[in-house]
Structure formats: C-alpha cells, structure tokens
Design a protein around this ligand. Structure first.
Ligand SMILES: [Zn+2]
Length: 220
C-alpha cells in the first residue's frame, strides 16, 4: 500500500458508553469525517484501490473505472471511446450508448484538459467544507468533444459572468492534495476568455450574490 502522511489512526481506546440509546453513544471515538488514507496500484492489471476513512477505514474498488481515477492522481483525464462509432465519453462509459453499436466495449483515450460549459448554476448554499467559497458556480462541462458532460466547480470567475458555451480549462489540485476523486480538479475560464459586458440578467445574478458575500464575511 502507498502510505500517506495524512493517514490517521483508528482510535484504539475501547468505546464505552453507559446508554447506547443516548446521543453520545460514540464515547471516546472522535468524529474524524472523511479522510483519504492512501492507495494500492496494481500496474499489471491496471487496477486501483483507494483507502478512505469515515470513522472506520473502508475501501473503494474502482474496478472498470480504475484508469480514470488513476488519471486523477496523475493529473490526467482519461475517458472512453467507442471503436465503432468514435463517440467519446467523460465520465467514461464502459459500453457505447449508440443502439447501432450493440453495447460495443469502449477503449480508454486520454483527453485534452479543455472543454465548454453545457449548463451551470450559481450555488448560494453548500456543504460545510465549501461554505466559505460561496457563492460559486457549478457547471456541467463537455470535455474535449465528449458526448457526456461532467459536473464540477467553475472557479476563477465572478458568478454572474458564467456563460453557456464558454470555453474552460481543467485545473488540477497539487499532487499531494489529490485523492483519486472528482475533487482533484476543477474548471477555470480558458486562457484569453473575456466575460461579456454587464446586462440585466447578469445584474440580477450579481444582486442575488451580494447577501451571500456579506454572510460569508461573518463566518469564522
Ligand atoms: Zn459506438
């Protein structure tokens, strides 16, 4: 197993609780939340196994999509392509979706780290880990001519400047912060892209964002 310095120890003190129906039945066990612990990579069969910790250690076998998740760790985007019709997919599909292809098995193809926004929304609320980044843009992006779109955060933009069809690039987290999951990358506007001038709709979104910015300032 590839060790990770962030590996945290499973609590070794016994769990004691007087009443298992009370709210503090976890006793001395701390809530650690979700942690990435490390991974095993089998180069022969190209199979990836990621160890995660959510109070208890568990693992997630990536099986058919191992190559995609391995690519995340390496800062590469791997999708799939049908050898019959040439359609590409990211997120990857194991079998082609075209009825004429009779569920043809796809092959892996390395994708260019660029695409365009298919659709998006501006988030005014989120999970605890990203509250301080509110308001942010969540976009479905079509990467490198794929026939499927993938949802991820669009950063480096004022939320009201996001546009349908705008070109974006893939930006990777630092290697030591990657976990073999979708949060290893996000999107940013493509180099040289300029937002369009303000218009009534963009002004409306900007006004909706203002109270969110004010609220975020109150967070510690
Ligand atoms: Zn096909």
């Amino acid at each position: 197993m590839v060790e990770d310095k962030r590996l945290h120890k499973i609590p070794d003190e016994p769990v004691e609780y007087p009443d298992k129906h009370s709210n503090d039945f976890r006793g001395n066990v701390r809530e650690w939340g979700f942690h990435f612990c490390g991974y095993d990579w089998d180069p022969k069969d190209e199979q990836l196994k990621i160890y995660l910790h959510y109070d208890q250690l568990y693992y997630w076998k990536l099986a058919e999509i191992s190559k995609m998740a391995r690519g995340f760790l390496d800062g590469e985007l791997w999708g799939t392509q049908c050898p019959k019709c040439g359609d590409k997919f990211f997120p990857p599909r194991v079998n082609c979706w075209n009825l004429d292809c009779n569920l043809e098995k796809t092959g892996w193809v390395k994708l260019k780290p660029e695409g365009h926004v298919h659709t998006f929304t501006v988030a005014g609320w989120s999970g605890k880990s990203s509250l301080k980044r509110l308001p942010f843009v969540l976009a479905y992006v079509v990467i490198d001519g794929c026939k499927t779109a993938v949802a991820n955060e669009l950063r480096g933009i004022d939320p009201w400047d996001a546009e349908f069809g705008m070109p974006v690039k893939v930006v990777w987290a630092k290697p030591e912060d990657r976990r073999g999951t979708i949060t290893d990358f996000w999107f940013e506007p493509a180099d040289g892209w300029k937002p369009s001038p303000m218009n009534p709709e963009k002004e409306r979104i900007k006004q909706l964002c203002e109270p969110v910015y004010e609220w975020v300032k109150t967070l510690k």
